[in-house]
Design a protein around this ligand. Sequence first.
Ligand code: FE2
Ligand code: FE2
Length: 309
Amino acid sequence: MDELLEHFERTVERDQRIEPRDWMPEGYRKTLIRQIAQHAHSEIIGMQPEGAWITRAPSLRRKAILLAKVQDEAGHGLYLYAATETLGVDRSELTENLIEGKQKYSSIFNYPTPSFADVGVIGWLVDGAAICNQVPLCRTSYGPYARAMIRVCKEESFHQRQGYELLMTMMRGSKAQREMVQDSVNRWWWPSLMMFGPPDGDSPNTARSMAWRIKRHTNDELRQKFVDMSVPQAEKLGVTLPDPELKWNAEREHYDFGEPDWAELKRVISGDGACNAERVEHRRRAHEDGAWVREAALAHAAKKKGVAA
Ligand SMILES: [Fe+2]
Ligand SMILES: [Fe+2]
């Protein structure tokens, strides 16, 4: 046992990957299942806020782009559920957990999308924050998760650019369009900062996850990186960010910024956001409506097996 643990720790220290065949501590396995499942659920639930605009996109071009983006998110969910299965859990069990409210997904998807500008702002800020979170995960210590992240990140950067390009187009449009963009930025800025999780002092699992090299940076480090990246982009776009404390700190060489409303984050995580019930209900319905597809696939597989025998 000591030898196995020592081998595990040495592998992590050398920055080599842990693979499904390797021995791993139970806590490491459980942490990964929780984190990857939560990530997979976020990709799947994350299809809903923007998916609501597919039938109302203002042109065929915008519809095609949005459709492709939402489909990418379905693919991300699929890779990630497959990655959790290498840890010995079943995907159907994880879907049950999501529907029963036993596992979480990112609180950002509990906010509504009342205007088409939200499609652009989600691409720019929400996918942008996801990139900050996920690029370091390409070097996470668990092999299947790290490899899934490489492809996911390539697609996320396409998502961010499509969002920014949409906003650029709207900012060159009418006054009403510019106001739609600004209103949407005002609504999404703070929830985007909350995507990095609670402040470091209030994040009890961070130290352990960093020691296991599952996590490579703290929540506050990643949040700072996101702010530093977003401010010049907002300037170029011609929108303001809704934070009076936001300003360049020459000494730190970073932007200073205000404190997000952590009580709001807690409230939304614990189920009291604008859309929590709607999102989970929609997922439950989609899962139930898809039962015949799962049954047909199983029947087809059984038939093929019979023919082969
Ligand atoms: Fe994604
Ligand atoms: Fe995305």
